[in-house]
Design a protein around this ligand. Structure first.
Ligand SMILES: [Zn+2]
Length: 207
């Protein structure tokens, strides 16, 4: 191998990818959260990348990598610059749940019915990594199709709706250093007002 180039990207759902170019140089791309990963995590990820078959992967130590991945908060996948899935989201009814009705419930309960309705879309796929997102420019909420199911409690769907509407309500905050701050202290404070908030967090972890 001639060289290895490592990049960190704000991926929407990918954790890592790599390819070897015809000139022998390797390009490894990690999700941006891996910037904070330990050497052990990166080493285990590298081994996993190199073993492409299932039997080979079975014997690779991967505890540190798995623990790291499990602990990645969902909002890491709604980082500035992340796109892809959102481009293919289209407005339209769900099969089991209604985003419109979810919006009406959440708006009435938490925003005194005063929030203007954004466009509401289900994601094209049942994404477990990106549960929801709000695009300020398009004034559009996207909810993972995972929640369009009778097996997922409706208050979980409403929580995702609430979280994304808070983004609309508060706008994209700026920190004092001018960088984007997606979840401000104020955001976190309001988010906790959601009924059964702790229960929601526990259930989302097990989705
Ligand atoms: Zn968020």
């Amino acid at each position: 191998m001639r060289s290895v180039r490592v990049e960190f990207r704000p991926f929407r759902s990918t954790l890592y990818s790599y390819r070897i170019k015809p000139n022998g140089a390797a390009l490894v791309q990690f999700h941006a959260v891996f910037r904070d990963a330990s050497d052990e995590v990166l080493l285990q990820a590298a081994h996993l990348m190199l073993c492409r078959t299932r039997p080979a992967r079975r014997n690779i130590p991967r505890e540190a990598y798995d623990a790291f991945v499990r602990a990645i908060p969902p909002e890491s996948f709604e980082m500035p610059g992340a796109r892809k899935e959102s481009a293919r989201a289209r407005p339209g009814p769900g099969e089991h749940r209604s985003l419109d009705e979810s919006f009406q419930r959440v708006n009435a309960m938490y925003f005194e019915g005063k929030l203007a309705k954004p466009s509401l879309c289900w994601s094209p796929r049942r994404s477990r990594r990106l549960l929801g997102s709000y695009h300020e420019r398009k004034d559009r909420v996207i909810v993972s199709r995972l929640f369009d199911s009778e097996r997922v409690p409706i208050f979980l769907l409403d929580y995702i709706m609430y979280h994304e509407l808070l983004h609309k309500h508060l706008g994209v905050g700026k920190r004092s250093d001018g960088r984007r701050c997606v979840h401000s202290a104020e955001f976190r404070r309001l988010e906790r007002k959601y009924i059964r908030f702790e229960e929601v967090l526990a259930l989302l972890k097990r989705l």
